[in-house]
Design a protein. Sequence first.
Length: 175
Amino acid sequence: MPSQQPPGKSAGKGMLIACWILVLTGLTLFFSNQEENDYNPNREVNGEIQQHEINVTLERNRWGHYVANGHINGHPVTFLLDTGATHVAIPANMERVLGLKRGAPFTVTTANGKVKVWSTTIDHLRLGPISLHNVRASLNPGMMGDNEILLGMSALKTLDFTQEGNQLTLRQHTR
């Protein structure tokens, strides 16, 4: 004959299971957020606006890269600063979302070899209070799975930048 548990005991087991699910969900969210902070310590980009310049200081991530949130044509994006990239390189699958127009094709040499890309122009690029207009860029189909944008020299050449320790300061002159 099967033994029956008192009614309160099965409810207690259910509460214990629900409690463990909540704890595990909370820990997962905490460590996921911590991992995102490790990769992108510049999710909130602020800067100093002075009389004739704007300064933005970025923290280097644990892998030695400068990653920061910004905007292209009003849409939020994640930038990876890349002084080795000639242009701002955008995954081709983000063309429509960012309101970009595909221009003439050309070939670039990347770490993964030669790739056919399309020229485009970013109407408005923003990194914190730094604002750039009519920035040359390329749409790269080789970056399809990646929503990270390489912030290359077509944007960075308009700024002064200095690195000290784990910080990179970008300076835009407003005159």
